[in-house]
Every structure is written in structure tokens, then in C-alpha cells.
Design a protein around this ligand. Structure first.
Ligand SMILES: [Fe+2]
Length: 597
């Protein structure tokens, strides 16, 4: 019998030795020894790889238990979290569901491996079934089901559903990718990010589900880790996180279940295949590799991150190649949409150096300008260069998390940059821009989430020199809900756009970005809502930009006023970071109180 490679790793674990190593790298010890951050990171990585190998490997037992799977009778409906599909290929797709009759309280399933059948058809009524099979839902993976269907036709729409016991799941619709060699004339997709459940309703997803799209990208902050009302938006929270700040595997599972119970989110998942990546809040605000926010031991954080990664895998339509492995998880991967577009989906959290200059918004220093700094880690960076090097696609797209273009928001001539974004890793960014420039490419498109606002930018080889050449563009998508209602612009918008001439657009309403790609042009429509604190807001296109791979860069081809929305707020860019630190203070105070009692 062949075993999954993850199961082979456990024999290398020496528990006593590990505990010693963890101790050695605990925060206290680190302070005493003044170990430099980089060495610390490497050490911490090794510990994570070893100590958690055992825990995670055990939990992967579900892979070999097909024979033991039982058919059970459900007392309440198990498909409460809907269905979804993702990671399409020209021949295949991942189908996902999770059995959870009591979604907010651990799922409510017996501690047994349960049989789940699936069907994939050409029609919604399942008259023309193309493939079917049987899968298992194991308690070790929260009774989630990941089916990797192969042998399908390329660029084709399919419908799928699951059955367990006497219960039938809702029907999902999905689509395979075109063949790699195919000349495709058009691709329509949308990308979304940042969906703080408490900040508003997922109206954007209701509209997204009604679009005509080939695929959807999610660029991170799918969940937020905060306890109820710790992270409060300017327009006030309208829903409440169930349970306190999430730390354990059960906590993370329950949080995903709460988010996934939302009908609009379920509709968007069921409508298209999704390609997902994470940012920080799937684990914790602004974590970097194995480094947590302040106030936690590294030892505890390594365990927390492993729990968070596992719950992420359990709730996303990912392939076996993304199974958590020793506390790490492989999430960066690439997709070809025929010859039209090559997508590189990045992970800018798991392998990055710690934020420089103590994080936050800071001027540059020797630390942030250090040429050795890495955002992607060496392996992922080399993988990206390899892909870009061999790509013959009309467009090379980076689907990723944090702001790529330079963005100085200092006042009175001061240079202030976000240390959490690529601005905090300028030499790592330059390596990518230099590579693209040396290859003579001008077809780079960066898709970004994180900052809870829409932006559009030209990517220049030197952002401080208007006459330097242009290698591509960046479209930053606003949040689904995070930040609350927002406004057409913020108090500091005009100043920031004026002092960063490569930045062409800003908007602070919630929504998503819809893209239409042809061999010659890349168009982004900023689809926005005037409010999220009440349900049922209408969607409209606030602005459309197109890029034709020429040195003039982004061209605005449409602009519309959004009816009923606030025109200008008193908020500034820095408020997002302040809201996070307020939330963190609340968490630290709660922890202190707990320790005192
Ligand atoms: Fe976010």
C-alpha cells in the first residue's frame, strides 16, 4: 500500500530534543541571547517542521480509510456550509464540501469516518452524469471532503453535488481551464479579499455570484481571528464573531464554519471555481513566518499557526499538494489560462522576513533597505522567476496579498511606507521588477488585496522617476466588508495620489474587481457598494481601467458616481492600522485579566 509522504515523517521526531529546541528559541531565551531575527527565523522554522510533523501526520489518516468509511443517518442537515470547487486544471477540478450538522460547535459529527458520494454532470439536473465516485469525510480533517476529479474536458462547464446518508448537498457549478496550448480570446474573472464578518453583510458576493465569470480569485483575509467586537469598523459592527479570539484548531474550524454559513458567500462559491491564497488574518494580524504579533511565545504561535493552516486546508478547495506538512503548508502555485494568461498565486506570509523597523508605517532604514530581505523566501522566488522566464503567455499575473507598488503616505515631505507591504521589502520587489525588465516584459499584472480600498497603479522600474519604463500595472481590490461602509474618498486621498504620480485611482467603497482579459488588453472594473451595514445594497462600476501593454500605462475608460454612498470620509490611510492595534490592545488586556484571575 502506498502511503502519503506526510505519513513517513513521524519517525524523525525526538520529542525531548524538540522541547529543548523550542525552549531555546522561546522569546525569553531569544532576548537573553540577542539572537538576530534571521537566525531565529531559520531555527524556528526547523522546530515547526519537526514538532508538528507528528500531529499533522496523524490527522491525515483519512487518506487511507476508504474501506472503513460508514454510511450514517443524519438527524439534521449536514451540508450547512455548502459546496465549492477550485484549483481547476485543463482536465480536472477539486470538489469540496464539509459535513457539519452543527457548524458553529465543532461540526456535530460522530467520531467516525463517513462515506460521501459525489456526482459530476453536464447539466444541472444530473441527467448526463460524466463522473461519480465515493469519498471519505474523516474527523481528523473536520469531516471535510476534497475530491480531485480527473479526466474531464478542457474549458467546459460542469455541475456537481454530494450525497451522504439520505442527504443531498446543494448543486455547484464549475469550469475546467482551457488547454495550456490553446489560443484563448477572452477570460473573465473576479478577485476578492478581506471579509471581516462583523463589519458588514456579504452583499458583494451576492452580486459576484450573478456575474458571468470563468474563475474567482480570493487574495486573503478570508476569516479574521478576533474575538467579538475587538476589531471595530468606523461604521460600527453589525454582526458578531461567535467565540473569543481563535487560537486552537477547534476555534479556527468554528470560525470558518461561521463565515461559510453566510448564504451570499455560499452562493459565490457554488457559482464558479475559486483559486485561493491567504494573507495574515487566516492566522493572526501581521504575522511573519513564525513570528507572531507581540505578547505571545513563539512556541505557542507555532502551534497556533499549524492549527490555522490545517483549518484553512480543511475549508478550501485545495489539492493534496497543499496538505499541511509539519506545520508548513504549500500554497504558492501556478495556473495557465491557455496562452492568454499565466497566473502565479503567491504566499507572501509563510516565508517572509519579519517586518522591518518594528512594523507599522515608517521611513526607511538600513534594516528595511537590506538587500537580503525576502518576502517570498528563496524557493518561492526562484519558482516565480522560473515561471516568468519560460512564460509565453500574453499576460503574466501575480495573484497575491499585499500592496506591490511604492506608496508614500508621509506628510510634509516625509517618506512613510507600510512596513507590512512590499514597501517594507523594497529590494525583494526590485528583484522581481528587474527580472521582468531584463526579460523585456511589459505584461506584468499584479492583483492585490489587504488594504481594504481600491487602487490602480502603474508599475515603474523606478517609482521615483516618472520617465523610467513601465513593466506592468497593479490592481488593488477593495474588501468585501472589512473597514465598513467607507466612502468615495478619504481625507488624505488627494494628497497621497498627488505625491505618488504612478497611483492612478483610489476608492474606499466595499466590493470586488471584475477583470476582462484579451490578448491585447487587460480591463479591470471596480464593482462597489455604497454600504455594507445594511443588506441588499446595489452594485455599480465606480471606475474601469484598461492597460494595453504600452508605456502610457493605465487608461481610465469609465467613471460613475455611486448613488447613496458617502462622498468623503474623515478617515485616513493610517486608520486601518490603528483599528488593528486597538483590537490587539483589547486582546492583550483580556489575556492579562485572565492571567491575574
Ligand atoms: Fe484585511
Amino acid at each position: 500500500m502506498r502511503r502519503h509522504p506526510n505519513l513517513e515523517r513521524r519517525t524523525f521526531v525526538d520529542k525531548q530534543k524538540l522541547e529543548g529546541m523550542i525552549q531555546e528559541f522561546s522569546e525569553e531565551t531569544m532576548q537573553r541571547k540577542k539572537v538576530d531575527r534571521r537566525a531565529f527565523l531559520e531555527g524556528a522554522g526547523k522546530i515547526a517542521g519537526l514538532s508538528l510533523g507528528f500531529v499533522i501526520a496523524q490527522s491525515m489518516g483519512g487518506l487511507d480509510v476508504q474501506a472503513k468509511a460508514k454510511t450514517i443517518k443524519f438527524s439534521s442537515y449536514p451540508f450547512t456550509l455548502g459546496v465549492c470547487s477550485g484549483d481547476p486544471s485543463p482536465q480536472g477540478i477539486v470538489l469540496w464540501t464539509r459535513l457539519a450538522p452543527d457548524p458553529l460547535n465543532g461540526g456535530g459529527m460522530p467520531n467516525e469516518v463517513v462515506k460521501v458520494e459525489w456526482e459530476l454532470a453536464k447539466d444541472e439536473n444530473f441527467k448526463r452524469i460524466v463522473k461519480k465516485g465515493s469519498a471519505t469525510a474523516s474527523p481528523n480533517l473536520a469531516h471535510s471532503v476534497h475530491v480531485e476529479v480527473e479526466g474531464l474536458r478542457s474549458n467546459e462547464v460542469y455541475y456537481y453535488r454530494f450525497k451522504s446518508g439520505n442527504e443531498l448537498s446543494p448543486v455547484g457549478r464549475t469550469k475546467t481551464l482551457p488547454k495550456r496550448s490553446e489560443e484563448i480570446q477572452k477570460l473573465r474573472f473576479a478577485f476578492a479579499s478581506c471579509q471581516q464578518y462583523e463589519h458588514g453583510y456579504y452583499t458583494a458576493y451576492k452580486h459576484l455570484a450573478e456575474e458571468e465569470l470563468d474563475v474567482v480569485f480570493h487574495l486573503g483575509d478570508y476569516i479574521y481571528e478576533y474575538g467579538p467586537n475587538e476589531y471595530v469598523s468606523a461604521s460600527g459592527n453589525v454582526r458578531t464573531h461567535s467565540g473569543p479570539e481563535i487560537i486552537t484548531l477547534d476555534d479556527y474550524r468554528n470560525r470558518y464554519a461561521q463565515y461559510r454559513s453566510d448564504a451570499n458567500l455560499k452562493a459565490a462559491h457554488a457559482a464558479f471555481p475559486w483559486i485561493v491564497t491567504w494573507d495574515d488574518h487566516e492566522v493572526e494580524n501581521n504575522y511573519a513566518n513564525n513570528i507572531p504579533e507581540k505578547g505571545q511565545s513563539v512556541q505557542a504561535f507555532i502551534k497556533r499557526r499549524a492549527a490555522a493552516y490545517q483549518a484553512y486546508y480543511e475549508h478550501m478547495p485545495l489539492r493534496k499538494t497543499s496538505l499541511p506538512n509539519g506545520g508548513d503548508m504549500s500554497l504558492y502555485r501556478d495556473f495557465s489560462y491557455g496562452q492568454l494568461a499565466s497566473f502565479n498565486v503567491l504566499d507572501s506570509r509563510q516565508y517572509r522576513d519579519d517586518q522591518a523597523n518594528g512594523d507599522g508605517s515608517k521611513p526607511h532604514s538600513e534594516e528595511s533597505l537590506n538587500p537580503n530581505r525576502t518576502m517570498l523566501g528563496k524557493q518561492q522566488e526562484n519558482w516565480l522567476f522560473k515561471n516568468l522566464n519560460k512564460s509565453k503567455a500574453h499576460w503574466n499575473i501575480l495573484a497575491q496579498q499585499v500592496f506591490f507598488a511604492q506608496r508614500n503616505f508621509g506628510e510634509n515631505g516625509e517618506q512613510i511606507y507600510s512596513m507590512d507591504s512590499w514597501d517594507g521589502y523594497p529590494e525583494a520587489r526590485n528583484r522581481i521588477i528587474d527580472f521582468v525588465q531584463k526579460k523585456g516584459m511589459n505584461n506584468l499584472v499584479v492583483l492585490t488585496g489587504d488594504v481594504h480600498a481600491s487602487w490602480a497603479s502603474n508599475i515603474k522600474t523606478d517609482f521615483n522617476n516618472a520617465s523610467s519604463s513601465l513593466v506592468g500595472v497593479e490592481f488593488v481590490g477593495t474588501s468585501i466588508t472589512s473597514g465598513g461602509n467607507g466612502a468615495d474618498k478619504r481625507a488624505d486621498t488627494d494628497r497621497i495620489l498627488a505625491q505618488n504620480p504612478h497611483l492612478k485611482f483610489f476608492n474606499d467603497y466595499r466590493g470586488y474587481v471584475r477583470c476582462t482579459v484579451t490578448p491585447e488588453s487587460f480591463q479591470a472594473d471596480y464593482r462597489v457598494l455604497p454600504f455594507v451595514t445594511e443588506p441588499n445594497a446595489a452594485i455599480s462600476t465606480r471606475a474601469s481601467f484598461v492597460y494595453h501593454k504600452d508605456q502610457t500605462g493605465l487608461k481610465q475608460i469609465g467613471a460613475n458616481a455611486v448613488p447613496h454612498g458617502l462622498k468623503k470620509s474623515t478617515e485616513v490611510e493610517e486608520d486601518r492600522i490603528t483599528a488593528h492595534s486597538k483590537a490587539h490592545t483589547k486582546q492583550v488586556n483580556k489575556l492579562k485579566k485572565k492571567v491575574e484571575n
